[in-house]
Design a protein around this ligand. Structure first.
Ligand code: IMP
Ligand code: MG
Length: 178
């Protein structure tokens, strides 16, 4: 059990299962892209741990970009509004881009990023996410590389936070009794 602010979280996905899932996703990405140059766009802050674990398994020439988006603003419910806190300076025209997300909930963030990157005239934009909540998903884009599909539980750990706490936990926890 883990206490973060006013809420209690219980163990949900163990670190060994996360590692196995991440290397499996990387294997699929390696198979699909081969030696094609890839630009990873990691959505901070939540995706920092997933991205860093994922990229060490990738074999193609890999560029890394970090973009800061916020959608939750410190609660356990998505607000529906997305803010871009830092622009991407890189020229991605004609490049193959992979969005790296910790979790896809409503899909608003991934949809927003996809549109933003397509406007930069990327040759292709695909999406990888460690966690995916299919029942909350409102997007129309395919999630190309989904890790774990989970129910609409609020989860923390492995980069994911509740009011900025819990990001450092190596396992994933879910809200107790949710
Ligand atoms: P979406 O735009 O609704 O898909 O939400 C994406 C963002 O909301 C993620 O990148 C997370 O930062 C946050 N988020 C969604 N679900 C959870 C959760 O269960 N725990 C912690 N953060 C979450
Ligand atoms: Mg968050």
């Amino acid at each position: 059990m883990v206490q973060l602010h006013d809420l209690t979280f219980e163990p949900y996905i163990h670190d060994t299962d996360i590692r196995e899932k991440v290397s499996g996703l990387a294997a699929r990405i390696n198979a699909d892209y081969g030696n094609t140059e890839l630009h990873i766009v990691s959505a901070l802050t939540g995706s920092f741990m997933f991205t860093s674990d994922l990229v060490r398994h990738l074999h193609m020439p890999c560029y890394l970009h970090f973009i800061k988006v916020s959608s939750y603003h410190g609660s356990t419910q998505s607000t529906g509004s997305i803010t871009l806190d830092a622009e991407l300076k890189a020229d991605l025209a004609g490049k193959h881009v992979l969005i790296s997300e910790d979790i896809i909930d409503t899909g608003l963030t991934a949809g927003f990023l996809h549109e933003y990157l397509m406007k930069k005239q990327a040759a292709s934009v695909k999406i990888a996410a460690l966690l995916f909540k299919p029942n909350a998903y409102k997007g129309s884009l395919p999630v190309d590389y989904p890790g774990f599909s989970i129910p609409n539980d609020f989860v923390v750990g492995y980069g994911l936070d509740y009011k900025e706490l819990g990001r450092n936990l190596k396992d994933i926890y879910k809200l107790k009794d949710s």
